[in-house]
Design a protein around this ligand. Structure first.
Ligand code: ZN
Length: 387
């Protein structure tokens, strides 16, 4: 058996820190069950980043749908800033207190992965960014991780099951094992070319046995125009000056008129590597950096009790509206009262914390991963977001 919870454990409130279970027992015994509003915010973001992406709402809704609560939330893929509520839950405290652990768990990791993917994609621009890191995490999480990497902006995912979830063909090249089985990169690539349908791009892995430059020339000669790209997964012990290695290989290929061959790189690529390598790279395979992305440290706190603002030290009390300028992306938090607001840039500013659930009834359409991703790409391209 795998050491994971079953869905019913989550719905039954078993994935809870025990103190909530104890609090519930005490509240019940004491006959106390106030009508509260609780909000979920992040006071700070990983890497001290100024912004992050909100993700995981679809799963959080499937859990909260079972509860007698009203929920306002940001749409998945929304760029948010510290202190902005991403979710507000309204209801009798006893009805949802044991679900805090699970609700946070559903959004903290999802948002962390989506944010990291968005940061890579923003740095990489038009170049491909593909999620390769499923193998670093428990396999039961692979579809969740890659779905959020995809909505965050990744152009593709590598795991078959993740591809099914998001409705895209998974992407991949060849493993080193295939080349080792053949004993030759060229022979392995020739077999790849013979066996696989033309729709699969011919991408050769060129760091297995020989120097990258010579191996690139070998496969380019063998496959000619059919060779779409080469992937440098060069081990760190051999990397030296990776930029120079790519530059030299590009020179040698171009000199022999193999200018059509694209360069993909993978293996421990960090955010800071991307701007340096961009001039020579057409695609990035990002593993651990995305799948093991730092989580967003959201916390949930009561901010209103029986209609009156009330919050612990360090949190702003009262129900809030979160406003966003559709033009410049600037944000504003205001008390949850009627009234129109304008952005400093002069444009109209819109509510982005919107009603999503009313006692089991879902009030917004579940968006496809493709649609969420499109909106994210548009936002990170057009808004002035610093990484
Ligand atoms: Zn504005």
């Amino acid at each position: 058996m795998f050491h994971v919870a079953e869905t019913k454990d989550i719905f039954e409130g078993k994935i809870t820190d025990v103190y909530f279970e104890r609090a519930l027992k005490i509240l019940k015994k004491s006959g106390i069950n106030p009508f509260v509003k609780a909000e979920i915010i992040a006071k700070g973001l990983p890497q001290n980043a100024p912004w992050a992406l909100f993700a995981g709402l679809e799963e959080a809704i499937s859990l909260m749908k079972q509860l007698p609560v009203k929920v306002r939330a940001m749409r998945e893929g929304t760029v948010f800033y510290p202190f902005e509520p991403v979710i507000e839950i309204e209801g009798r405290y006893q009805d949802f207190c044991v679900y805090e652990t699970a609700v946070l768990g559903l959004i903290c990791q999802a948002s962390g992965v989506a944010t990291k993917a968005a940061r890579f994609k923003k740095l990489a621009g038009e170049r491909l960014v593909i999620s390769f890191g499923a193998r670093r995490m428990h396999p039961i999480l692979a579809p969740m991780i890659e779905r959020n990497a995809y909505i965050g902006g990744c152009d593709g995912v590598s795991v078959v099951k993740s591809g099914e979830l998001i409705g895209e063909d998974p992407m991949g090249t060849v493993p080193h094992a295939l080349i080792i089985c053949f004993g030759s990169t060229v022979e392995a690539m020739k077999a790849y070319d013979d066996v696989l349908e033309p729709k699969f791009k011919r991408i050769a892995l060129i760091d297995t046995f020989l120097d990258e430059k010579f191996e690139c020339l070998n496969v380019a000669k063998a496959l000619g125009k059919k060779l779409f790209a080469v992937r440098f997964d060069t081990p760190s012990s051999r990397r030296g000056d990776f930029y120079r290695l790519l530059e030299e290989t590009r020179w040698e290929l171009n000199l022999r008129r193999y200018t059509h061959v694209k360069f993909y790189v993978s293996g421990g690529i960090r955010e800071e590597d991307v701007p340096i390598l961009n001039p020579l790279v057409d695609g990035y395979g990002i593993g651990t950096s995305i799948s093991n992305a730092p989580v967003i440290d959201y916390s949930m706190d009561i901010i209103e009790v029986d209609g009156k603002p009330s919050a612990k030290r360090g949190k702003w009390s009262g129900s809030k509206r979160v406003l966003r300028c559709s033009k410049c992306g600037a944000g504003k938090i205001v008390p949850n009262r009627k009234g129109k607001h304008k952005c400093a840039c002069g444009k109209k500013i819109e509510d982005i914390l919107i009603p999503v659930l009313d006692n089991g009834k879902q009030l917004i359409k579940t968006e496809s991963p493709e649609k969420i991703r499109k909106a994210v790409l548009e936002t990170i391209k057009t808004h002035e977001l610093e990484c």
